[in-house]
Design a protein around this ligand. Structure first.
Ligand code: ZN
Length: 134
């Protein structure tokens, strides 16, 4: 039986702490290069496209498509009852996020399935990604 109080929560630091601070406020912001405009995720100190360290935190649309997933049959996180899906979805901005799935059965997952990002507060510093059908 799952116990949501036992969910493993990240303890972010550096640029990840900035990311989670926005997400904890319900703002789906991601790093974006202030010089070339490339989206950066996960957060990092330099742009992979142009090596600039200039950054903005821009709001992403939250619209995505399923890129990949796995179904976990053995419980790794006691907060979830197996089998549960871990989904990688690609935002329309091009960045990929990892999250859990809600509102759809595991066997209904399909490549390119349109989904939207929901930020679920985990504590006062962190919110985690859940994907729901668009
Ligand atoms: Zn750049």
């Amino acid at each position: 039986m799952s116990d949501p109080s036992l969910r493993m929560i990240p303890d972010p630091m550096g640029p990840s702490a900035e990311l989670y601070a926005f997400w904890a406020k319900g703002e789906l912001r991601l790093q974006r290069c202030a010089d070339c405009g490339a989206w950066r995720h996960p957060p990092r100190f330099r742009c992979a496209a142009c090596a600039s360290d200039a950054v903005t935190w821009d709001v992403a649309s939250g619209r995505a498509r399923v890129f990949s997933w796995t179904i976990t049959h053995r419980p790794v996180d006691p907060a979830f009852d197996p089998p549960y899906a871990i989904v990688v979805a690609e935002l329309e901005e091009g960045s990929r996020l990892v999250g859990s799935l809600a509102g759809i059965a595991n066997d209904e997952l399909r490549l390119d399935l349109p989904v939207v990002v929901a930020l679920e507060p985990a504590n006062d510093r962190v919110a985690l990604v859940t994907f729901r059908p668009a």
